[in-house]
Structures are given as structure tokens and as C-alpha cells.
Design a protein around this ligand. Structure first.
Ligand code: FES
Length: 95
């Protein structure tokens, strides 16, 4: 059997498909909490203000967070520096 005839009977074509994959709409990231401890950065900000703390370690003495994967640490440090509680970018710990 010829390849074209075989393709016609098998349903498989040698020609490239003209069907495009559907576009995936990427939603912007939104990071606003310690996921492991389920604590919002906005709540941590209030705790920091209420207790007058300005370091991550001092804040951990006030509220339990950031003891598992620690990926929230750079966000909390930034929050303590400039007050940001919601992030749209991945921050890496610089330590
Ligand atoms: S996200 Fe904070 S410890 Fe994992």
C-alpha cells in the first residue's frame, strides 16, 4: 500500500497539522503570604508595627511563620524594608 493511501485509511497524515495548540493565558503571579504557615504578609506587617520589630527573626518571635521552606523570607524582609505586602515577582534570598 502506498504511504498516502495508508495514511488515508489509517487516519494519520504525513502533512503537518494546521491545528494550533490553544494559547495558554498566563496569569500574573501574586505572592502575599507565607504559604506554609498560611500567614498573610499584611498580617505580619501589622504584627511588626504593633510590636515594633524590624527584623524577620524578631517578627518570628511574635508570630509563627517561615519555619518550613523559608521561601517567604525574602518577601518578609522586603516587607519590613518598604511595606510591600503583595508581590508580582519572584524574590530570592540574598543570604
Ligand atoms: S512559605 Fe513561608 S515557610 Fe514556606
Amino acid at each position: 500500500m502506498q504511504p498516502a493511501a495508508q495514511a488515508a485509511t489509517s487516519g494519520v497524515s504525513d502533512r503537518p497539522s494546521r491545528t494550533l495548540a490553544p494559547l495558554r493565558v498566563m496569569r500574573p503571579i501574586r505572592i502575599n503570604r507565607c504559604i506554609c504557615s498560611r500567614v498573610l504578609f499584611s498580617d505580619l506587617k501589622e504584627d511588626a508595627a504593633a510590636h515594633g520589630v524590624d527584623t524577620l527573626e524578631a517578627l518570628q518571635a511574635v508570630r509563627e511563620f517561615g519555619v518550613n521552606c523559608r521561601r517567604c523570607h525574602p518577601y518578609v524582609r522586603r516587607m519590613l524594608q518598604d511595606g510591600t505586602t503583595e508581590f508580582n515577582e519572584i524574590l530570592q534570598d540574598e543570604r
